[in-house]
Design a protein around this ligand. Sequence first.
Ligand code: 5GP
Length: 193
Amino acid sequence: MKLSKIFIISGPSGAGKTTLLKKLFLRKFIKNNFIRTVSFITRKKRRGEKEGSDYFFVSREKFLKLKEKKFFLEYQNILGDYYGTPKYFLTKAKKLGKNLILCIDVKGGMYLRKILKNNKLVNIFISVPYKNVLYERLKKRAENKEIIKKRINLAKKELQFIKKYDYLIINENLKDSLKFLEAILIAESIRRE
Ligand code: 5GP
C-alpha cells in the first residue's frame, strides 16, 4: 500500500478554492493521480451545490452519530455548523497510491498536521487580494448580511495562519490561479523526497 502526498488547501470562504479544484479535476493528470475528499456538513445547501460532489449534506443528529462512530478523520464546528472529512478517503488514496486533496479550514489543517505528521504533507493557502473582493464573492452566494459579516471576521482570523502554509495563491485572476495550483500539485506529486 502506497500513499503519495496529502495536500491540505485552506483559505477564507469565498476565496475560490472549490471553483479552482472543480476546474483542475477536469484535467487528465490531476484526475488520474489525485483524489479529492468530500466532506459531510450540517449547513444548508447553497444554490448550485450538489449532494455528493460538493458536500454530503446531513442533519446535526446524523453528523454527531457518525462522529461517535469515529467516522471522521477530522471535523470542526465552523460558525455553528459541523464540517467533517470521512476517514475512508484516506484509506482509498492509500489503496490506490494516489495523492489526496483536502479542502478544509485552518483549524482542521493544523489538527491534521499533528495527527498525520508521518505523512508527506503539502499545505496550500488560497486567499483574495482585497477584503472587498471577498465581500462581493460572498454576497453572490445569496447569504444574509449577518452570515457574510461572520464569514469576513472568520476570514480575518484565518489570514493570520498564512505563515503556517508552504504555498500562498492570491486568487485575483482565476486563470492564473489555476496555473499556479496545477503547477504546485504536479511538481509536488513528482518531487523526489
Ligand atoms: P463553506 O461553508 O464556505 O463551504 O466552508 C466553510 C469552511 O469550511 C471552508 O474554509 C472550507 O474549506 C471548510 N471545510 C469544508 N469541509 C471541511 C471539513 O471537512 N473539515 C474542516 N475542518 N473544514 C472544512
